[in-house]
Design a protein around this ligand. Structure first.
Ligand SMILES: *[C@@H]1O[C@H](CO)[C@@H](O)[C@H](O)[C@H]1NC(C)=O
Ligand SMILES: *[C@@H]1O[C@H](CO)[C@@H](O)[C@H](O)[C@H]1NC(C)=O
Length: 372
């Protein structure tokens, strides 16, 4: 078991820093063959990701100036040639700009692979249906937004309603029915779909995959009775010893480990949207997004999009709701570390495209790490 642990551990450090890129390489050449069938592909992805970043930094002449990346940015800002241009209200700091570019390159280079879809018409009918049902259309400002549940999508839906005139302001305090007042790409004809995909500004938002899963788990199984009934009961029956025939199960006490077991047995293409991989929801190879924002930089990325599509200057992305309980680093650490590590390692390959395409390092699953 030890070598695998090391590999995932090493993979965690794939980021914008050259030292970790090099560190990773050393490990990958040593122990690939011993891993399970899934590992080589994990490693291939990560090597592409890592080398993309390295190339970019060489190109930008950044290796020399990068030894001491300051976590807070220190007010030291840099703007890349016309990439963001005049739409950029807030100055964008170096690290996140690099991340954007590496993400962009990673997606392009991985999507060029033969077995990846190159247009929505090369998806299977089920894949295409899922995708089109997750793309929201705004004709007035000519953009498409692929929504990912648990990545601030309700707030985006509010913004879309304000932009289409269905809602007065983003702050209106109502629980909304998102089905009405929103136009989904799935309700348009193929010609109309084709036109919008070609000419509209297309964007999506991503989030650290495990954090998103944990958020879904805590919200759905902790708070929403319909989910407890629909999924919770089934999960307890399947994965808790001696409960298969129990009729008194309420499904309100599903553990995170049980939830993960359930995910392992599910087909990613048929999962509930709250835990379906972001890749499958938005198909970033079949749709060439113009912008991929992240939950980690939500406010700034959202404002960028609003300016980019030409939204009225009084329309802003809503603040976090006060009832919102964020998943903290400590919470995530707690859940991931209390999970049997075997389960976590089996789970990661299911979400590997979310990690590798959107450039999230794999979680550190060493016992060492979990002791802290
Ligand atoms: C990636 O880069 C290209 C070329 O600069 C740009 O047109 C595209 O919008 C970018 N895509 C994303 C997702 O950032
Ligand atoms: C994993 O965590 C341990 C303990 O915190 C640390 O020593 C190790 O360097 C980490 N591995 C990576 C690759 O981040």
């Amino acid at each position: 078991m030890a070598p695998r642990r090391q590999e995932y551990g090493a993979a965690r450090s794939v980021g914008a820093r050259n030292s970790s890129v090099l560190g990773f390489r050393t490990v990958s050449s040593g122990s690939v063959r011993r891993g399970s069938a899934v590992l080589p592909s994990v490693l291939t992805f990560l090597v592409i990701v890592a080398s993309g970043g390295l190339l970019l930094m060489i190109e930008k002449g950044m290796l020399n100036s990068m030894q001491t990346p300051s976590p807070r940015g220190n007010g030291q800002r840099l703007r890349f040639s016309g990439q963001v241009g005049k739409h950029d209200a807030a100055a964008v700091d170096v690290e996140s700009q690099i991340l954007q570019e590496i993400r962009n390159r990673t997606i392009r280079s991985m999507c060029r692979q033969k077995n990846m879809p190159h247009s929505i018409w090369s998806l299977s009918p089920l894949q295409r249906k899922t995708l089109l049902q997750h793309i929201l259309v705004n004709d007035e400002y000519r953009f498409l937004y692929c929504y990912v549940p648990k990545v601030a999508c309700s707030n985006w839906k509010r913004v879309l309603k304000v932009l289409s005139g269905a809602l007065e302001s983003v702050g209106v305090n109502i629980k909304m029915d998102h089905r009405s007042d929103l136009l989904f790409l799935s309700s348009l004809k193929p010609d109309e779909i084709r036109y919008r995909l070609r000419h509209y500004f297309k964007f999506m938002f991503v989030r650290e995959p495990m954090e998103r899963l944990l958020s879904a788990y805590r919200n759905k199984f902790g708070e929403i009775e319909s989910y407890q009934k629909k999924y919770g009961v089934e999960i307890v029956k399947r994965y808790r010893k001696g409960r298969a025939k129990d009729t008194s199960i309420t499904g309100d006490d599903v553990t995170f480990a049980e939830f993960v077991r359930y995910l392992l047995d599910e087909d990613v293409e048929r999962m509930n949207e709250h835990w379906m991989p972001m890749y499958n929801l938005c198909q970033p190879c079949a749709v060439s997004y113009d912008f991929i924002g992240s939950y980690e930089h939500l406010e700034r990325d959202a404002e960028f999009v609003l300016q980019r599509v030409g939204a009225p200057s009084d329309v802003h992305f809503p603040e976090r709701q006060t009832w919102y309980k964020p998943v903290t680093t400590e919470t995530l650490h707690y859940y991931l570390c209390s999970l049997p590590q075997k389960l976590l390692r089996e789970l990661l390959p299911k979400y590997i495209l979310d990690f590798s395409l959107f450039l999230y390092p794999l979680p550190n699953t060493t016992t060492e790490h979990c002791r802290h």
